[in-house]
Ligand binder design. Sequence first.
Ligand code: HEC
Length: 413
Amino acid sequence: MGTAEAPGETTQKLLDIVAAKPAGYFARGLPQIRADQIAAVDQTQRAIFAQNAVPILSGLAQSTGVRAASVALQTRPGSSYGHGDRSPGLSGHSAGQSDGSGDLLSDLLAGQAAAQGKLTELLTGPLPEALPRFATVTDIPAVWNQGDRSVGQWDGSVLERFWRNIAAELPIIGVPAKVDLMNAGISAEFLLRLPPAPYPFDVDLTKAAAGEALFAENCGTCHRPRNEARYPVIGTDMNRAQVLNPAGSAMFLAAFQAACHDPEFGYTDTYGRRIEPCTMPAYRILRDTTEAANQGYLAPPLDGIWARAPYLHNGSVPTLAQLLKPASRAPVFLRGVIDYDPDEVGWMWQPADLDSYRARYPTVSLHDTARDGWSNRGHDRDLMIEGRLHRLDWSDPALSDQAGALIEYLKTR
Ligand code: HEC
């Protein structure tokens, strides 16, 4: 990398690329800049880059090294992605998915080992206890209307709204000390009442009204705002719910608390309350999910659900129609197509069309429900709750009108 005065080879290459850009290039498209200011702004931007190129590149090289070690750890035999064909692609392989928790654990382990000069031990010694032994890939949950979601993450593990954003920032940034606290606070308030995008196609309101009654009877007990219960009874893939063992949980909490690098940090929330997250006790940050009795998934509020496809925490069911009719669920389907199917409610997914979709959408990938963490089981059996039958399986052709009405209603949420 060199220094600002004597740049190294890579730094010099980047500086040359910047210098070769035409005059005004780095002021182009910036809002509220008059034509007579372009030259000065362009000069300032170039100077800022030249001054900071070395620290930026060094930071990148360091974090890339830790991330590379983390990937090597994750793909070791027996590790989270080390099960050959049974493992899904590493996190990021599939559009709209990530393994936030699993990645964070392995990044933290790699970061600690690098700091102690023990990367070789990490990659050749016994697998660390905190590291999950299976992939815990999930979809991105709905982030709108956080006010209706009183606990966060698919498994309800992260509590206060501020901390949910820290949990989201950490796996991206990797280093607790670099997390932006104010950003987490601003996002928490911005998302509090952010409405979902409304369904963009026509809705049959008569059908939807029939569906609303069916929803109240069969679904509303669980899918209601601020329901903090977790439902292992629903029987969906349990990998994500089991991601934290006691060693991993301790590591998570320590990383969250380390992210609070400014103990004085605080802000006023939408309700006028003073929030001082860095003084919060552990029980307001992370709920214990290390024992089977505490593991399961939240029944999320279903507002904006049309846009959340594919469904379930692991995105394993492409459409609402297939979610309601478990007998019709596709064992293999495409992710990453952005043509919408308003009948089934979800993105187009047919694997037979892989080649033509891939030509249009380069990030299209295959979701194979036989892979670790990607199972499409669960939410497929009728349940007795408080003495009342809740129908979850609408596969019977005799129920097709009712399933259609439910789907129509869900479009209005
Ligand atoms: C026993 C409680 C319960 C009942 C009753 C129930 N659900 Fe669910 N539902 C859940 C849970 C728990 C999840 C999350 C499972 C997961 O992500 O693995 C879920 C997930 C969903 C999802 C996917 C959400 C997403 O963002 O991907 C939809 C859609 C859904 N349910 C619709 C319904 C409908 C429609 C009914 C009624 C016919 C219903 N549910 C009845 C508990 C329930």
